[in-house]
Design a protein around this ligand. Structure first.
Ligand SMILES: Cc1ncc(C[n+]2csc(CCOP(=O)(O)OP(=O)(O)O)c2C)c(N)n1
Ligand SMILES: [Mg+2]
Length: 272
């Protein structure tokens, strides 16, 4: 129970960082980032085999963030785990910052790929997983993708390729928050049952509540024992999670909070 409480506190810190970062620069993507804070807390502080002081350690687990626009949550998790000073978060999205609005891996050690153009990360991650197999390495490749970017046909080509090579070192985490840039995913470009779709491509499927630390730990535990096929965790999340007026409202996909909204958001988060 101590670990669950600890990770909940971590996730809350990430959420406050996200609000401060986006508010400071006056642009960014709060909804997806806030919704994924619990998953990033669990990944960075519990699951990933990594060393913030040696970001290019050969045997590290790789985390590919395909939906690059939610990078505020990743930068916060990286700073809070020691990749770079927390005060650097203030430079988010500013000219010459290493913390670009869409991640640039040539600029920031600890990123595994550049992203922002949706629908590419799954192919990148499948390639890394295949390389890991060919090199007989034991590291895992985690790949975060959004539901909106599963509209891209290229995602499904990578999903099929991962089946062909039986990439059981690949764990894809889908942010199933049911929003994309202009509304509800099922109204804009229906995805329907992601479980059925992934199963038809011969993947292991785990569905979980992406905002419950306890359930996430249980889901990652189940994944540890899965072999022979690539794995997808379909994580149902609440976009804007933790900030009442942002929750489940697609207008917060890419809109910064005003000064008053920032104060209200931080007050709410600090009470939790
Ligand atoms: C190839 C490509 N097409 C369009 C965009 C513009 N775009 C940025 S985010 C986004 C919405 C995608 O939905 P999702 O990632 O599910 O949004 P979220 O849940 O984070 O609000 C779009 C269309 C892009 N970044 N890349
Ligand atoms: Mg979405």
């Amino acid at each position: 129970m101590g670990e669950v409480k600890n990770l909940r506190t971590r996730a809350n810190t990430l959420r406050q960082d996200i609000i401060r970062m986006i508010s400071e620069v006056g642009s960014g993507h709060p909804a997806g980032a806030l919704g994924m804070a619990d998953i990033f807390a669990v990944l960075y502080f519990h699951i990933l085999k990594h060393n913030p002081k040696k970001p290019d350690w050969e045997d590290r687990d790789r985390l590919v963030l395909s939906n690059g626009h939610i990078c505020a949550v990743r930068y916060s998790a990286m700073a809070r785990s020691g990749y770079f000073p927390v005060k650097e978060l203030k430079t988010f999205r500013k000219i010459n910052s290493r913390l670009q609005g869409h991640p640039s891996y040539l600029d920031l050690p600890g990123l595994e790929s550049s992203s922002g153009s949706l629908g590419q990360g799954l192919s990148v991650a499948a390639g890394m997983a295949l390389a890991g197999k060919l090199d007989k390495k034991h590291y895992k490749i985690y790949c975060v993708v959004s539901d909106g970017e599963l509209d891209e046909g290229s995602s499904w080509e990578a999903i099929n390729a991962a089946n062909k090579w039986q990439l059981d070192n690949l764990i894809v985490i889908v942010d199933r928050n049911y929003i994309q840039i202009s509304g509800n995913t099922e109204e804009i470009w229906p995805l329907g049952s992601l479980r059925k779709k992934f199963e038809s491509y011969n993947w292991h499927v785990v569905e979980t509540d992406g905002n419950s630390i306890k359930r996430l730990l249980g889901a990652f535990d189940r994944i540890k024992h899965m072999k022979g096929k690539p794995i997808v965790m379909i994580a149902k999340t609440v976009p804007g999670k933790g900030v009442s007026f942002m929750e489940n409202n697609h207008v917060w996909h890419g809109k910064p909070p005003s000064r008053e909204e920032t104060e209200k958001a931080l007050r709410e988060l600090q009470k939790k």
